[in-house]
Design a protein around this ligand. Sequence first.
Ligand code: SF4
Length: 346
Amino acid sequence: MCNEVREENFELNLTMENKNTALIDQVSNEGFIRQEVDPALDLAQEIARLKREKNAIILAHYYMVPEVQDIADFVGDSLALSQQAADTEADIILFAGVHFMGETAKILSPQKKVLIPDLNAGCSLADSCKPADFERFIAEHPGHTVVSYVNTSAQIKALTDVVCTSSNAVQVVESIPADQPLIFGPDRNLGNYIRQVTGRENMLIWDGACHVHEEFSLERILELKKEFPQAKILVHPECKKPIQLIADYVGSTAGILRFAQTDTADTYIVATESGILHQMRKSLPQKTLIAAPPMDSMCGCNDCAFMKLISLKKIYLTLKYELPEITVPEALRQKAEKSIRRMLEI
Ligand code: SF4
């Protein structure tokens, strides 16, 4: 699953005349620009220069590698990033994240050019919800309001009444009248967490999951807890229920960061993608932060292989050549936008 690559939905804007045909072909075939860069080049400085020249902004997710987070104009979770994408005055948005995030930015800001450094940066959770299957599921359950997590394709968002993120999922579900039956997709762990918090029984949950969050090992976290008995356990709601049950706090990446910033403990075991530890260490240098271990100690599965495809070099080349660009057909964009805007209004 870690090695799954881009889906057929990904689209390229191949019509720009000022593009080198070879580069376009390369991006079309490989998903990114493969080009040597002078090792003496200061990539961070060059990226800053290109951003100024092109009036571009870099939005980075918390799961990016540290050096990418450090050159971003804004680092955040999916909710904060989509708000930034909706509000920015920049002409170009470079999304340092996975495909559905860049696509969400394009849906919200169709007049902007949205770039993503590697089209292979997909998402196993988004891939666990295919549009044709989800459409059939909705048709089989008429009268349900459809709530979808932001980790979905534009096609799924177009089938959705209201989008949510892990930061606002409970709030979004609670904004819908309690007697209105719901479909929630695609993350089964987040869905079950919402059902438990809201007590909402009239909610059908799609059976999808994120391969990173499902890999955490209960046994190995409990062993760590024996070693650091004072540590608090912070868990993302995409993790399986047994991991949630031993948590001192369950919440989004932004929520986990906020909790550790305001809490008095000095040690935390953090069960989400390990990229969040960079911002936590920057803002809490005096605290001990331990990445929760996955089941297989050799696999590095608490790193999202898709997120880790984004590098400084790819960001530099993407800004330089303005490729790969994300496009969304206008009719699809308009349908998908409604469900995202509805979330932003809640
Ligand atoms: S961590 Fe999971 S949900 Fe997030 S982008 Fe990676 S595969 Fe998708």
